[in-house]
Write a new protein. Structure first.
Length: 732
């Protein structure tokens, strides 16, 4: 049976003729959102952001990554993961050096500083113009399978690797070459990376070490888990990294050559693979490790022939993922007995009589090519006596594709290399809604696009709030951008962009706004504004992004009963100012406080004080829409008031009503607040009433500052107070 599964059989298959096409029954290429294919950690970090727009070509997706080191055009989800890992590693390393090794940091800044809008020219681009590598990569099912049997065997092979782009990345000086390989290994970087920023970085470290600073660049980098399953617990990846680190290029060539020869690979295929210019030494070494792990697998040359179709680094990485998926199947399902020569597609036969088709695609959808090809594959499997048909997919599959593959009798395993994979090819198998993110926490699985954006705003607040608090203490010194960014733990480039986008002002302009004279001018001008607001009457609605707030106080009897008879639903939600706890009754919002995951219980206990007799229960689905309305970044046009129910003394309620009359973008002093409630001498009492305000943000106690112009205190942190004031000023 296995003897029949050769190149001749696959090349002779009439791929197009066997399918019964159904005109008009196909899908267009799906339009997917960024959060449907990338985890939050891949979408953004302090050092990068992936733009929302996704371009697609067949079964492969293309992205644009903004970073501290320039703009990247990135094809495939796998390549995004690689680039993001590089960017985050470089960002953490340089930030660390700025604190611990300023000389090294200065050298790196000199060679790596680029404009944020500059495109990064990937170093392997010449590959696309080399001889038989010309042309575009096969990006869809039809192109990939129609290339079966169309290989050129290549020319005569030398015993040393031909010079190429990847080989030129290793310094000719053996000492510098060793330093560079070791630095890359210590930081988890690829010494053969096509990212010029990585090469500049590693070359600088190598020169520093060669100049006598042997510990240059040694730090610990902390990155999120990738979510990709490791074969043999990571042993193969570690073996490849060790070989690349310890061996020179000729030694690495001979190492891979001897291992392939032990697997039965001979010339010319052996030399053609080892001198393939689109495959880096890392790609080749990992492929060899994966093949060796298959333990005397038959026809190993089929994997080398499939790799021969690589026309770019993206194709090469896809091939490594394909051999990795085959290794995972071998480890977890059934031993792989023989590889099938299927052109640029990796196919295999396993001990459980399964025909395995490996597709390193980002997305698989149902179109004419897919139907025709896999109908033919089914026919081939049936004629050769292979009872099972398995498709291992690197990316996601649409619901329609999963259903159609099940109808054809395929066990389709989407996102196969990841910890939480999709299944659904076999009837009765687990079906996970597309897509399932292996490397994102469970709480992200049902997050909508709007919720993700709100969560990102919350993350931005966390990054910026520390800088705002620091500026509140140091603004009189007129600190430089470099100093503020260092205090925030961010690069200057990222801090400038994040701060300006979030606050609405540049850091320099924000420092000017914080000066004492500016604060006093705001106070001096606020009198007429407040007078006009109060002339409208305390019962008049306050404007907060066109949101009308109407305050209602508990009656004295209700006050004494401590909430008896009330039902209070609560939920924790992201906001532009950090996580918030929102409590709501049928009569309105009765609590809003800012918190963090570690302080949730304490915040809930504090906000529940005074409502001990009420029924309080968690129901975030009831409070989510309300939180969205309260923290909407744009105007909310509505004539219906947002009701607030408070429990307080008569004086406290008067102060809270007075706070509602301070318009967004304006500030008042505690003295002015006391005067407006008719108790000009009760400044401290007015300040205390503002401090115990149970409904943050909606009752805007953050708009009260000291008459000197100083910001004063704030129950939920001075950084948050600054953030709220600047946010309102930039959106009015």
């Amino acid at each position: 049976m296995l003897a029949r599964c050769g190149l001749t059989a696959f090349a002779a298959l009439p791929w197009r003729a066997l399918a019964q096409s159904r005109a008009g029954a196909y899908e267009d290429a799906p339009i997917v959102g960024i959060d449907e294919v990338l985890s939050p950690e891949l979408i953004r970090s302090p050092n990068h952001r992936v733009q929302d727009e996704i371009r697609g070509q067949g079964n492969r997706l293309s992205f644009t990554v903004e970073s501290d080191f320039g703009l990247y055009r990135v094809d495939s989800v796998a390549m995004v993961a690689l680039r993001v890992r590089e960017i985050r590693t470089l960002g953490q390393a340089i930030d660390d050096y700025q604190r611990s090794n300023q000389q090294l940091a200065a050298e790196l800044t000199g060679v790596m500083t680029v404009g944020a809008d500059n495109w990064v020219d990937i170093l392997t681009s010449p590959i696309k113009t080399v001889g038989s590598m010309a042309g575009q990569a096969a990006n869809n099912v039809g192109q990939t399978f129609t290339e079966i049997g169309e290989f050129a065997e290549g020319s005569a092979v030398s015993q040393r690797p031909a010079p190429g782009v990847y080989e030129s990345m290793i310094p000719s000086d053996p000492v510098l070459a060793s330093h560079k390989r070791n630095a890359a290994s210590q930081l988890g970087l690829d010494v053969f990376s096509s990212n010029p920023r990585v090469q500049e970085f590693l070359n600088t470290l190598a020169r520093a070490r060669g100049g006598g600073n042997r510990n240059a660049g040694i730090i610990t980098v902390s990155l999120p888990r990738s979510g990709v399953r490791e074969i043999a617990g990571g042993r193969l990846r570690n073996a490849a990294t060790t070989a690349i680190t310890r061996m020179t290029l000729p030694e690495l060539y001979r190492h891979n050559e001897s291992r392939l020869a032990a697997l039965g690979v001979t010339e010319p295929q052996l030399g053609t693979f080892l001198t393939h210019r689109a495959l880096s030494p890392r790609h080749k070494t990992l492929t060899v490790e994966h093949l060796a792990y298959l333990d005397r697998v038959g026809n190993p040359v089929a994997a080398l022939l499939a790799a021969g179709g690589a026309r770019s680094e993206v194709d090469a990485l896809a091939h490594v993922h394909a051999t990795q998926m085959l290794g995972l199947y071998h480890e977890e399902d059934a031993p792989v007995r023989r590889l099938v020569s299927g052109g640029h597609v990796l196919l295999a036969v396993a001990a459980d009589d399964a025909l395995i088709v490996v597709l390193p695609f980002d997305v698989l959808y149902w179109n004419r090519d897919t139907e025709e090809i896999f109908t033919a594959v089914r026919g081939f499997a049936e004629r050769t006596g292979l009872g099972r048909r398995v498709v291992l997919l690197d990316g996601a599959a649409t619901e329609r594709a999963r259903d159609e593959f099940a109808n054809l009798g395929f066990d389709l395993r989407a996102r196969f290399p990841y910890l939480n994979q999709e299944t659904g090819g076999r009837r009765g198998a687990t079906r996970v809604p597309w897509p399932q993110h292996a490397d994102r926490p469970a709480r992200y699985e049902t997050v909508t696009r709007e919720a993700r954006l709100r969560a990102e705003e919350s993350d931005d607040y966390a990054r910026v709030s520390g800088a705002l608090a620091w500026l509140a203490e140091h603004y009189v010194e007129q600190p430089s951008l470099e100093r503020v960014a260092e205090a925030a733990g961010l690069s200057e480039f990222h801090f400038q962009r994040l701060f300006s986008r979030w606050v609405g002002l540049s850091p320099k302009r924000f420092v000017q706004v914080l000066t004492l004279d500016r604060a006093k001018a705001c106070l001096d001008g606020s009198g007429s504004v407040l007078d006009a607001a109060y002339e409208a009457g305390l019962s008049g609605p306050s404007r907060l992004h066109d949101l009308f707030v109407r305050l209602e106080a508990l009656t004295p009897g209700e006050y004494r009963r401590r909430g008896q008879g009330l039902e209070i639903a609560y939920g924790f939600h992201p906001s532009p100012f950090g996580e918030c706890l929102l409590m709501h009754t049928e009569r309105g919002v009765c609590g809003l406080a800012f918190t963090d995951p570690a302080s949730r219980d304490d915040t809930l206990r504090g906000l529940s004080r005074g409502f001990e007799q009420a029924r309080i229960f968690e129901a975030p689905e009831r409070t989510e829409a309300l939180a969205r309305r309260i923290f909407s970044p744009g105007p909310v046009r509505t004539t219906s008031p947002l009701r607030v129910l408070v429990r307080g003394s008569a004086f406290q309620v008067k102060v809270w009503e007075a706070l509602l009359a301070i318009p967004a973008g304006a500030v008042s002093s505690y003295e002015a607040l006391a005067r407006r409630v008719g108790s000009p001498r009760a400044v401290r009492a007015a300040a205390n009433a503002a401090a115990v305000n149970p409904v943050a943000h909606l009752i805007p106690c953050h708009r009260v500052i000291r008459k000197s112009g100083a910001l004063g205190g704030y129950r939920w942190g001075l950084g948050r107070k600054l953030a709220m004031l600047s946010f309102e000023a930039s959106t009015i």
